[in-house]
Ligand binder design. Structure first.
Ligand SMILES: NC(=O)c1ccc[n+]([C@@H]2O[C@H](COP(=O)([O-])OP(=O)(O)OC[C@H]3O[C@@H](n4cnc5c(N)ncnc54)[C@H](OP(=O)(O)O)[C@@H]3O)[C@@H](O)[C@H]2O)c1
Length: 264
């Protein structure tokens, strides 16, 4: 078990739908949150909703080298440095792969994969200076089961899962744990109206951010290395690992619906 009271948590995506709920839940669990996002105004508002000093805004664009370097430099010079890094930022990219441009795809990888990789790399010395530290990546069901219409996004989440799994094995004998915690579809601005319409048609269940945040905080405190939220998603992710052909056939039957919603 990891006690959250008195900890400093560096939380990326803190101004997002899941991130803001997570920020609130972490403060309620006794942590102080360094809140990262690009939009400073939204981060300031987030800080004002919490007791003074409990949320420290840190504006940085994690898709860029300079933004990552800025976040790492500020976080490692704080008086109370973070012992927990929670990576909850990402960019969505619903659409047909052939209709996505190379600059869009590059930006997606920079944000969702290279951003987390650079932050973990740059903050390792800071994290390891604590007697017990954790890196928590907010993944996705699509990090275990790639979905049509989300091929490039799924690739970034598969990559993130590989990074976290590899690091958890590389640091297995240290006091630094790595967790990959996966929400299923959640009602936030992350999902466009096209995604919501597709989810309704495919009868995909959607969670509310507060419920997801409560599950994430419980998983962080437990230190468990992996979590997939949602019962059918848990099962499908496992079937995809063991018998991917079954999932291929099931998704092929839904392909016409996906294409109709994914087309630009
Ligand atoms: N919502 C879902 O259905 C769902 C399902 C499974 C997994 N997830 C995962 O859950 C996490 C949170 O998703 P969400 O639904 O809360 O998304 P969201 O509401 O769209 O929030 C995204 C957050 O990421 C930040 N962000 C995006 N690009 C950034 C960049 N280049 N640099 C710094 N910050 C950036 C945004 O802040 P700024 O715009 O101010 O930069 C915002 O705080 C993501 O990792 C997502 O992949 C979401």
């Amino acid at each position: 078990m990891i006690a959250l009271t008195g900890r400093t948590v560096l939380l990326t995506g803190a101004s997002g739908g899941i991130g803001a709920a997570l920020c609130d839940a972490l403060v309620k669990a006794g942590a102080r949150v360094v809140a990262v996002g690009r939009n400073d105004e939204r981060l300031q508002q987030l800080a004002q909703q919490q007791p003074a000093g409990q949320v420290v805004p840190l504006a940085a664009d994690l898709a860029t080298d300079s933004g990552r370097a800025h976040a790492i430099a500020i976080a490692s010079k704080l008086q109370r440095t973070p012992s927990i890094l929670v990576l909850a930022h990402a960019q969505s990219a619903f659409g047909l792969f052939e209709e996505q441009s190379m600059p869009e795809l590059r930006d997606l990888v920079e944000t969702n994969l290279l951003g987390p990789m650079a932050l973990i790399h740059g903050l390792l010395p800071t994290l390891q200076a604590h007697p017990q530290a954790a890196v928590v990546a907010v993944g996705s069901t699509f990090g275990s089961l790639a979905f049509p219409g989300f091929a490039a996004y799924s690739a970034t989440k598969f990559g993130l899962r590989g990074l976290i799994e590899g690091l958890s094995r590389e640091y297995a004998d240290r006091n630094l744990t790595f967790q990959f915690l996966s929400p299923r579809a959640t009602r936030t601005a992350f999902n466009t109206s096209a995604v919501e319409a597709m989810n309704r048609e495919l009868k995909v269940a959607e969670d509310v951010p507060a419920d997801v945040a409560a599950l994430l905080v419980a998983a962080i405190a437990s230190g468990r290395p992996r979590m997939q939220i949602g019962w059918p998603e848990k099962l499908f992710a496992r079937i995809n690992g063991a018998l991917p052909g079954l999932v291929d056939r099931s998704l092929k039957s839904q392909l016409a619906i996906v294409r109709r919603h994914a087309r630009r």
